[in-house]
Design a protein around this ligand. Sequence first.
Ligand code: ARG
Length: 266
Amino acid sequence: MSRLLVCPPDHFGIEYEINPWMRMTNASDTKRSQVQWQGLIRTLEKEVGVQLKRMEAIPGLPDLVFTANAGIIAEGKAIPSRFRHPERQREEEYFEQWFESHGYQVIKLEPTLFFEGAGDLLGFSDVWFGGYRQRSDIRAYSRITEIFQKVILPLELVDNKFYHLDTCFCPLSGGELLYYPGAFDSYAQTVIESRIDKHRCLTVPPHEAERFACNAVCVNHHVVLPSGCPETMGLLEARGYKPHPVELDEFMKAGGSAKCLTLALD
Ligand code: ARG
């Protein structure tokens, strides 16, 4: 059974602006964000059948709810994130504590090496991809390659609306890739095309990419994605996946959706 780390939106809000989606004047509705988060949780537990671990929300850390940015976990080791923005650096100690108290071997990167966890590092069993330039530093990937002995192909993100790799790139369990090419520079697009067969690439249209269609959680043949992405759902269904749309627009105000709200623990 897959296990995911989540954090309730008890202290979620738009308290600063560190990506183009965030506007302090566009406040989140506390009640609605709770209801939407519970809807995601119910879908993951009841329809997809994943096991969820909940960490405690902390006052003053409105983005802690985006556990994808806690770090990266593999083989019992956890590399905690080193956030680019001081606003999110305050989360680092809580994520680190969670990893330590749950038995992971915590390996820290040097403080100046920005790395925003599973928000920027995603992949298949044989190859991982690392988003850089917006948040994570390309140099983090050579260090992480040493730690996990994994091939990591860096991909440059060129559109600040798609500032984390998981906003535009979603590896699926059957080896297909759901992605939005417009978020990448042309060299990164070539790298992706050279590693993944054309017939396995599911290209999301721009208007659905902007609704966070790629910010999806894939577990076996289930794909949990934000609602309002019918074309993406059609692409997934045509490949035998079962899409589960969930309303998450309160979190889009912070620049996140389904995938950002979870961290894979296995
Ligand atoms: N407001 C957060 C930030 O800008 C959103 C993080 C979304 N997380 C993600 N994995 N894409 O850092």
